[in-house]
Design a protein around this ligand. Structure first.
Ligand code: NI
Length: 205
């Protein structure tokens, strides 16, 4: 085959360029189309956080979201055997309550167990009493806890420890809900007290 003369159009190359341009255009349209359908849909169907639940209180009674109707909530998820995140968060909640003063009664602080196999109602009661008896403790059956984990987008996983025991990896942070049960953001783990209290005041209305 003879060498190509410089500057002379090469029909094969031209066809390739047109093909490449067409492929890019199609890929572009494809992406645009994907955004128009999925992207748009995703933006308008943001995963909701919260909703109804049925759990078990520290006296063994059934507790549902309706028991908190008309009152803002600060909910967090953990377990009584937690070595660090939960005790730290519970101590923080105590500090927030102190900073809120009388206003602390206008919001319910709720600690939900993600370790229902070990966290009995009695254990939850004894544990929370050591922090602040105003904190509501909720546990339940594995199925009940699984349901609230799904609805509240909570991650929790058993992690085996030496000696056949286990600990739990779990979502940190406190979820805030306004008096109508609408999700209103989170207080992050170890967030400074003044910022946390500011966020809590914003849901008190
Ligand atoms: Ni914890």
């Amino acid at each position: 085959m003879a060498a190509q003369t410089p500057g002379r159009p090469n029909p094969t190359r031209k066809v390739l360029w047109i093909g490449a341009a067409a492929a890019l255009l199609m890929a572009g349209w494809g992406t645009l189309g994907w955004y128009l359908t999925n992207g748009f849909q995703m933006a308008h169907e943001m995963p909701s956080v919260g909703g109804p639940f049925a759990l078990v209180g520290t006296n063994g009674q059934t507790v549902t979201d309706k028991d908190f109707a008309g009152k803002p909530r600060a909910m967090f998820f953990g377990f009584t055997y937690c070595p660090d995140v939960c005790p730290t968060t519970l101590a923080d909640v105590g500090a927030w309550m102190k900073a809120l003063g009388d206003k602390a009664d206008d919001i319910r602080f709720i600690f939900v167990s993600i370790d229902p196999e070990r966290d009995t109602p009695e254990l939850m009661r004894d544990y929370l009493t050591a922090f602040d008896p105003r904190i509501t403790g909720l546990t339940g059956s594995v199925q009940q806890i699984d349901a609230i984990k799904r609805a509240y987008r909570v991650y929790a996983k058993k992690v085996p420890t030496e000696g056949g025991d286990y600990t739990m990896d779990h979502t940190a942070g406190v979820y805030l809900f306004d008096k109508d049960g609408n999700f209103a953001g989170t207080v992050n783990y170890t967030e400074p007290t003044d910022e946390a209290v500011k966020k809590i005041r914003s849901v008190l209305g």
